[in-house]
Design a protein around this ligand. Structure first.
Ligand SMILES: NC(=O)C1=CN([C@@H]2O[C@H](COP(=O)(O)OP(=O)(O)OC[C@H]3O[C@@H](n4cnc5c(N)ncnc54)[C@H](OP(=O)(O)O)[C@@H]3O)[C@@H](O)[C@H]2O)C=CC1
Ligand SMILES: O=C(CO)COP(=O)(O)O
Length: 326
C-alpha cells in the first residue's frame, strides 16, 4: 500500500489539535478542520487553540472550516465527541469521491443504536475504510511531545500498518491491531469506570478502594469485551487496561475529575467533556442486551441519572453476594 502523505483532522477540540500536532511531527501534510469559521480563523492566525491552551500549532498545519478542502486528505481522523461523530461523517461523506481511511478518535458508544464508532463510520460513509485509534493519551501530554503509545486498529492489517507509519514518530508510538471491537470497548468503558474511581477518591474511601474499583472495573471491561468478541491481548493492552490505568489515576482525566467533584459533593467542572457521562447509560443497555453484569458501571449510571445516591451505590456494591474472582 502506498504511503499516506496527507492527514485531515475533523474536530478542532483538545484531542483533534493534539492529533494534528502528532501528524505534523510525523512529517505529514496536515489540515485541521473546525466547524466554526471564526474559531478556525482565530486558531489559524494565533496558532493557539483555547481548547488546548499553551500549545503552539506548527506553522505548516492548515486550519480551516472548509470541509471540501479537508476531505482531500489521504486519511481522515475524526476527533469530535462520540455522539457527534455520525453528524460529522455524514457531512464529510458527500465530499468523498474515493475509498479513504477514516480513523475514529472519539471514545464512546452511540446513543439509541448502541453502535461503536467504526460501525457509525461504515454506515455514514459506506466507501470509507474505518479504523480506530485509542489508548492512554492525554491531549496535553501528546501535544507537548511527551512519550505516548496507543493502539491503532483496522480490519485490514496492511491498512492498520500504513496508518501507524503515517502517524508514528519518536514521541508517538502507535501499535497496529486488527481487533477493532476490542479497542473500541476499552476506550468507551474506561471513561465510565474512571468516574467511579473519581467518586471513590472524592469520598475519601482510601487508596485500597481506588485499587479495588480499578481492578473490578477492569473485570467488567474484560467481561463485556469477551462477550463481544474482543481479544484478550487487546483488553490487557494499551487501549484497554493501559487507558483504564491512566484515566483512573487522577484529575488530569476529565472523567475522573467529574467523579471527584460528585464524590466531594461539588459542582462538576464546567465546559469539560467527560464522555463517560454519555457512555454510562448506553454501556449498561448494551451489557443488559448481552446478559452481562457491570455493577460498577451500573452504579455510575444510577448516580448520574439521580436513581441512586453515592452512599447507596457504595453500599450496594459492597453488599453484593460474595463470589469467585474472575
Ligand atoms: N482530550 C483528550 O485528552 C482525549 C480525548 N479523546 C476523545 O476525543 C473526543 C473529543 O474530545 P476532546 O477533543 O477532548 O473534546 P473537546 O471538548 O476539547 O472538543 C470537542 C470538539 O468537537 C467539536 N465538535 C462538537 N460537535 C461537533 C460536530 N457536530 N461537528 C464537528 N465538530 C464538533 C467542538 O467544536 P467547537 O469548538 O466548535 O465546540 C470541539 O472543537 C472524545 O471522544 C474524547 O473521549 C481521546 C483521547 C484523548
Ligand atoms: O481518553 C483520555 C486519555 O486516554 C482522556 O481522558 P479524559 O477524557 O477522562 O480526560
Amino acid at each position: 500500500m502506498a504511503a499516506l502523505q496527507s492527514v485531515a483532522v475533523i474536530g478542532a477540540g483538545a484531542w483533534g489539535t493534539a492529533l494534528a500536532t502528532v501528524a505534523a511531527r510525523a512529517g505529514r501534510s496536515v489540515t485541521l478542520w473546525a466547524r466554526n469559521a471564526e474559531h478556525a480563523a482565530r486558531i489559524a492566525s494565533s496558532r493557539d487553540n483555547p481548547r488546548l491552551p499553551g500549545v503552539r500549532l506548527a506553522p505548516e498545519i492548515v486550519v480551516t472550516s472548509d470541509l471540501a478542502l479537508a476531505a482531500r486528505a489521504e486519511m481522515l481522523l475524526i476527533a469530535t465527541p462520540a455522539q457527534h461523530l455520525r453528524g460529522a461523517v455524514n457531512m464529510l461523506a458527500s465530499h468523498l469521491a474515493r475509498p479513504v481511511p477514516i480513523v475514529a478518535c472519539a471514545k464512546g458508544i452511540e446513543h439509541g443504536t448502541h453502535k461503536f464508532m467504526t460501525d457509525v463510520i461504515a454506515e455514514a460513509a459506506p466507501h470509507a475504510q474505518p479504523a480506530i485509534l485509542s489508548g492512554p493519551s492525554f491531549a496535553d501530554d501528546v501535544a507537548r511531545g511527551l512519550p505516548t503509545a496507543v493502539t491503532l486498529a483496522a480490519s485490514d492489517e496492511t491498512l492498520a500498518s500504513a496508518l501507524v507509519q503515517a502517524l508514528g514518530s519518536p514521541t508517538f508510538r502507535p501499535y497496529h491491531s486488527t481487533d477493532i471491537r476490542g479497542v473500541e470497548i476499552g476506550g468507551a468503558a474506561k471513561n465510565v469506570l474512571a468516574i467511579a474511581v473519581g467518586i471513590a477518591v472524592g469520598r475519601k474511601l482510601g487508596a485500597s478502594a481506588q485499587a479495588a474499583l480499578t481492578t473490578r472495573g477492569f473485570a467488567e471491561l474484560a467481561r463485556l469485551g469477551r462477550a463481544l468478541g474482543a481479544r484478550r491481548e487487546t483488553l490487557t493492552g494499551l487501549s484497554g487496561l493501559g487507558d483504564l490505568i491512566l484515566t483512573c489515576s487522577g484529575p488530569q482525566s476529565r472523567n475522573f475529575a467529574l467523579g471527584l467533584a460528585l464524590g466531594r459533593g461539588e459542582q462538576p467542572p464546567a465546559g469539560k467533556l467527560a464522555e463517560g457521562e454519555f457512555t454510562a447509560p448506553v454501556l449498561i443497555e448494551l451489557a443488559a442486551s448481552q446478559n452481562i453484569e457491570l455493577p460498577v458501571s451500573e452504579a455510575v449510571a444510577a448516580i448520574l441519572s439521580g436513581r441512586s445516591t453515592i452512599d447507596a451505590a457504595i453500599s450496594g456494591l459492597m453488599t453484593r453476594p460474595f463470589k469467585a474472582e474472575e
